[in-house]
Design a binder for this molecule. Structure first.
Ligand code: BG6
Length: 491
C-alpha cells in the first residue's frame, strides 16, 4: 500500500450534497463521482442526493446532469452513464425558511437506510454549516455512520472559524468531520510525501544546513470575473494562503511521521503551523508581506472593472488579488530558512510549484556555478526537476551549465491522473480523514493569518497595483531581492 492510500471504499452510501446544483457540484463533484462509478468505486446501492432551492424533480436533475456534465467526462459507455444517472436524486429545500417539506422529503428518502454510510457534503456558504447541521439533527438524520464534509472557506478569521467548528462540533464528533482543502487531493501534493518519506537520499539534506530557502508559488492566469461578491470578502490571503499554500508549506516542512496514519500525519502538520513565527507588528507586516491588486492592461480588465460582477465598493479597493509573504519556521530543522509564499490572479502563466533552493557549494573551484534547486511542479505538467550543474561539452575552458534532471509524471505514468475531488470523495466514502484538515490545524492556520489581516485592515495604504498579466507588484521582487534572492520564473 502506498503512503496515504485509502481503504477500498465500496460500502453502500447515501451522499447528500447541499448546494447540489451549484457550480462546485456540477463542475467538480458530479464528474468526480462519475469517475468513481466508472472505476467501480461506488457500491451498486450508493445514491447521490442533491439538495437545492431549485424545485427540481429527480428527472429534472438527471436531465440537467445529462446536459451539463456529460461533455465534461468520458461518458463512452452509455450503460455506465445511465447507471450513474440512476443514482441521482434531488430534494428541494427552503433554506432558512418556514417550509419544512424539504427536510421531510429528505427524511423519507433516507428512512430505512440507517446502516449505510451517510455523508452530508456542505458545498454551501459557511454561514449555513451550523444551521444545516442543526436541521439534520432535528430531523433525526445524523446516525453513527454519518460524516459531514465542509467546503472552504472555513470562516474569515479565527473567531468565525472557531464558531463554525463549535456549531458543527455540537452535532458531529471530530472523527466525523471532513474539512476539505482540495489541494491535498492533488496527485503531486501526495507525491511530495512519497518523495520525502519513501526515498532515503533527501532526508539528510532536508534542513537548514543544506537548504537556503523555499518558494511556494500558486499563480493563476484567471481573474475574478463574476466573483466580486465572494472575493471582496476574501482576498488572496484568505482564499489561497490560509489553506492551500499553508498546506503545501506543512507538507514540505513537517517531520517524518512515525506511521502512515491519519493522526500521525496531521500531528506533524499542525506542529509546523504552530512553529510559524508570528508576523504581527505593523512594521513586520510591512517588511515581510506584500499585497497587490491587478489593474487593466491591454484587453484585460482590472479587478475593479471585471465584467459580470457586482459594482465595486470601498472593500473592493482594499482587496488583494496577489500576496507574497516571507514566513519562518522556528524549529531546529528550519531555523533561518525563509519560506517565501506567493499567489496571485492574472499572472502571466498558471503554475503551482514548490522550489527548494539549496545552498551553494562551500568552496567553488569553477567560475559561474549556481546552487542546486529542486522544483516540484504541482500543475500544469506535473513533475519533479533537480537542477544540477554540468559541464558544457567543449575542449576549451570548463564552462558550467545548470541542467535539469527531469521526471515528468505524464510521461512516466500512463494511468489517468484523477482529479483532486475524486481522491477526496473516495476517502470520505471510505472514512479516511488523513487528507482532511483537523480542527486544530485550521485554527492554527488562522492564528498565524489573523495578525496579518488586522495589520492590512488598519493600514491606510491600498494594495500595490500590478498590470494584469504581469508577474505581480514590484514589492514581491524586493521581498526576495533584499537578501539577494529572486523568484524562480522558469518556463
Ligand atoms: C480555490 C479558490 O480554492 O482554488 C480559487 O477559491 C482558486 O480562487 C482555486 O482559483 C485554485 O484551484 P486550482 O485547483 O485550480 O489550483
Amino acid at each position: 500500500m502506498s503512503p496515504l492510500s485509502s481503504p477500498a471504499a465500496v460500502h453502500a452510501a447515501d451522499l447528500v450534497v447541499f448546494g447540489g446544483t451549484g457550480d462546485l457540484s456540477m463542475r467538480k463533484l458530479i464528474p468526480a463521482l462519475y469517475h468513481s462509478d466508472r472505476d467501480g468505486r461506488l457500491a451498486p446501492e450508493t445514491r447521490i442526493i442533491a439538495m437545492s432551492r431549485g424545485g427540481l424533480t429527480d428527472a429534472d436533475f438527471r436531465g440537467k446532469v445529462d446536459a451539463d456534465v456529460r461533455d465534461q467526462v468520458p461518458a463512452d459507455d452509455p450503460a455506465v452513464w445511465q447507471r450513474f444517472l440512476g443514482r441521482l436524486h434531488h430534494v428541494s429545500v427552503d433554506v432558512g425558511g418556514s417550509d419544512r417539506s424539504g427536510w421531510s422529503a429528505l427524511s423519507r428518502l433516507l428512512a430505512g437506510h440507517e446502516q449505510r454510510d451517510r455523508v452530508f457534503y456542505l458545498a454551501s456558504p459557511p454561514m449555513t454549516f451550523g444551521p444545516f447541521c442543526r436541521e439534520l439533527e432535528a430531523a433525526g438524520l445524523v446516525t453513527p455512520h454519518s460524516r459531514v464534509v465542509l467546503e472552504k472557506p472555513l470562516g474569515r478569521d479565527l473567531p468565525s472559524a472557531q464558531r463554525i467548528n463549535d456549531e458543527v462540533g455540537a452535532i458531529f464528533d471530530e472523527r466525523q468531520i471532513f474539512r476539505i482543502d482540495h489541494y491535498l487531493g492533488k496527485e503531486t501534493v501526495q507525491n511530495l510525501l512519497v518523495l520525502r518519506f519513501a526515498n532515503a537520499f533527501l532526508e539528510p539534506i532536508w534542513n537548514s544546513l543544506w537548504i537556503d530557502h523555499v518558494q511556494i508559488t500558486v499563480a493563476e492566469t484567471v481573474g475574478t470575473p463574476g466573483r466580486r461578491g465572494y472575493y471582496d470578502q476574501a482576498g488572496a490571503l484568505r482564499d489561497m494562503v490560509q489553506n492551500h499554500l499553508l498546506q503545501l508549506l506543512t507538507l514540505t516542512a513537517m517531520e517524518p511521521p512515525a506511521r502512515n496514519d491519519r493522526e500521525a500525519i496531521r500531528d506533524e502538520k499542525v506542529k509546523v503551523l504552530q512553529a510559524l513565527r508570528p508576523i504581527q507588528e505593523a512594521s513586520e507586516v510591512d517588511r515581510f508581506t506584500v499585497r497587490g491588486q491587478y489593474v487593466a492592461e491591454g484587453a484585460m480588465a482590472g479587478y475593479l472593472d471585471e465584467p459580470g460582477s457586482t459594482p465595486p465598493t470601498r472593500d473592493s479597493e482594499r482587496v488583494e488579488t496577489f500576496t507574497a509573504i516571507r514566513a519562518e519556521i522556528k524549529n531546529w530543522r528550519w531555523a533561518g530558512v525563509p519560506f517565501y509564499l506567493r499567489t496571485g490572479k492574472r499572472m502571466p502563466r498558471r503554475v503551482s510549484e514548490i522550489v527548494v533552493q539549496f545552498k551553494d557549494v562551500p568552496h567553488s573551484i569553477y567560475p559561474g556555478g549556481s546552487p542546486n534547486r529542486l522544483v516540484l511542479r504541482l500543475q500544469p505538467e506535473e513533475g519533479i526537476q533537480l537542477h544540477i550543474m554540468a559541464k558544457e561539452p567543449g575542449a576549451g575552458e570548463t564552462t558550467l551549465k545548470p541542467v535539469p534532471l527531469s521526471l515528468s509524471f505524464g510521461e512516466t505514468f500512463t494511468t489517468r491522473v484523477p482529479e483532486a475531488y475524486e481522491r477526496l470523495l473516495s476517502d470520505v466514502l471510505g472514512g479516511n480523514p488523513t487528507l482532511f484538515m483537523r480542527r486544530d490545524e485550521v485554527e492554527a492556520a488562522w492564528r498565524w493569518i489573523d495578525p496579518i489581516l488586522a495589520a492590512w485592515e488598519a493600514s491606510p495604504e491600498l494594495p500595490e497595483p500590478y498590470p494584469a498579466g504581469s508577474p505581480g507588484p514590484a514589492g514581491a521582487h524586493e521581498l526576495l531581492g533584499r537578501s539577494g534572492r529572486a523568484w524562480h520564473e522558469e518556463a
